[in-house]
Design a protein around this ligand. Structure first.
Ligand code: FCB
Length: 461
């Protein structure tokens, strides 16, 4: 077995995926049922009734997929571990065959010289835990820490970076407030305990992971910056309320040890919880896709804001998401000014877009290169960014949208499972090759002979 990579000193160029979106094999090797399996079975929840029973069949095709990542010249791969594979009931007995799969995967990564960035929870909560209240139930936080310890006991020697949770804001908002993701609860502000219990689970997991020898630990937040729809002061106030609820609620407790003003009582926050939540982390994972326009709420609205178009009519992706790379630059510099020295190094754990099926995907190249530029501009402004992962390696199961969106650098033909790299795959490979160990472009002057790559090597020395 190849020795551990870990504590990487070079900028991490990678791709990201998530278990439920690519693995398939939902009934194999003792895997339990997740909330997303259940949600997919409920009529009308997923576009065209799609489900993820097969998805990209990554559970069987992972060597080919890891070869594709290695072919990019990437040095990191962010994947997620399916809790129901490891602990089918979300507590109690461990399913060894499930752990064996991830063991093979991290060995496969090491063999290809790729750092493993492992996310412990990318939304596939074991159904029995949901039946007991899911993230509304404080006990789920403790169950999560137990599961984290089980996985780390087995894999900590080979995982370079642990990400506890993926996008707890999306779980709260889409899963429990608006009901458009699993588990489909539409509780609006009644979903606030879901935020705290996930953050508590994160804090308890940090402790468990450290105890099991984890080297580097972070959490991944999704940031959707609010942009006031107009100059009206009411829109500015609404934008602040939006940012507090959807963005800062998931970062202030980690880095400042307290919640921002959420306009609500938080009786579920107990004495001592915030000390657990704010346990030091090594990395802040930042996912960014787009900003959102925010206006004052209409008469009778439950929430203190209305989501609307982003001002200025920017172009949109296949998801209809506005393309605003400057908002990523602004987000990164805002994180730095808001948290100062408490801000750990950042890794951009997801950045990407969906367009149509085309193999020659110029719009994706434009999107990605503008967002990489935004990250580099923020680094130039003093923000410590140490990694960038494209979402996603493959076209995959995009939650409530099923297989319609196409986010992959690699096209997947779902009928045959054939993988075909798109033009953006070659573009990303070239970008990585042309970047120095700090992630910035290699800037050597033109070499006397040979080509640009040679010059880069000299700079790196
Ligand atoms: C993020 C999710 C990821 C994927 C992208 C498009 O919010 O983390 O699983 O669906 O959006």
């Amino acid at each position: 077995m190849t020795p551990v990579l870990g504590s990487p000193s070079e900028f991490q160029w990678g791709v990201a995926t998530a278990a439920f979106q690519i693995e398939g094999a939902t009934g194999e090797d003792g895997r339990g049922v997740s909330v997303w399996d259940t949600f997919c079975r409920e009529p009308g929840r997923i576009r065209d009734g799609h489900h993820a029973d097969v998805a990209c069949d990554h559970y069987h095709r992972w060597p080919e997929d890891l070869d594709l990542i290695a072919g990019l010249g990437a040095n990191a791969y962010r994947f997620s571990i399916a809790w129901p594979r490891v602990q089918p009931d979300g507590s109690g007995p461990v399913n060894t065959k499930g752990l064996d799969f991830y063991d093979r995967l991290v060995d496969g990564l090491a063999e290809r010289g790729l750092n493993a960035t492992a996310t412990l929870f990318h939304w596939d909560l074991p159904q029995p835990l949901e039946d007991a209240g899911g993230w509304l139930n404080r006990d789920t936080a403790a169950r999560f820490a137990e599961y984290a310890a089980i996985v780390a006991e087995r894999l900590a020697d080979r995982v370079a970076l642990w990400i506890t949770l993926n996008e707890p804001t999306v779980v709260m908002a889409y899963g429990y407030a608006f009901g458009v993701h699993a588990p489909g609860r539409a509780l609006m502000l009644g979903a606030l305990p879901v935020a705290h219990h996930q953050l508590l689970g994160h804090g308890l997991a940090v402790e468990a992971l450290r105890g099991a020898g984890a080297r580097s630990i972070g959490i991944t937040n999704n940031y959707t910056p609010g942009q006031p729809a107009s100059d009206r002061p009411e829109d500015a106030t609404a934008t602040e309320a939006f940012d507090n609820l959807l963005n800062w609620q998931f970062t202030d407790p980690l880095l400042r040890g307290g919640y921002p003003d959420l306009g609500a009582e938080l009786p579920h926050v107990r004495d001592g919880d915030l000390a657990v939540v704010s346990a030091p982390i090594d990395v802040l994972g930042v996912n960014y896709y787009n900003p959102v326009g925010i206006a004052a709420p209409a008469e009778g609205d439950v929430l203190p804001f209305t989501m609307t178009e982003v001002p200025g009519s920017p172009p949109v992706t296949g998801m209809g998401w506005p393309v605003v790379p400057e908002a990523l630059h602004r987000l990164l510099t805002t994180l730095k000014s808001r948290y100062g020295d408490a801000l750990p190094p950042i890794q951009i754990t997801e950045s990407g877009c969906s367009y149509d099926e085309a193999l020659d995907d110029r719009p994706r190249i434009d999107y990605l290169s503008a967002h990489v530029d935004a990250v580099r501009a923020a680094m130039h402004d003093g923000v410590d960014v140490r990694g960038y992962y494209v979402w996603s390696l493959l076209d995959n199961f995009e939650w409530a949208e099923g297989y319609h969106p196409r986010f992959g650098l690699v096209h997947v033909d779902y009928a045959t499972q054939r993988r075909t790299p798109r033009t953006s795959y070659a573009w990303y490979r070239d970008l990585i090759a042309a970047s120095g160990p700090d992630g910035r472009p290699r800037t050597a002057s033109i070499p006397a002979r040979g080509h640009a790559d040679d010059a880069g090597e000299r700079v790196a020395e």
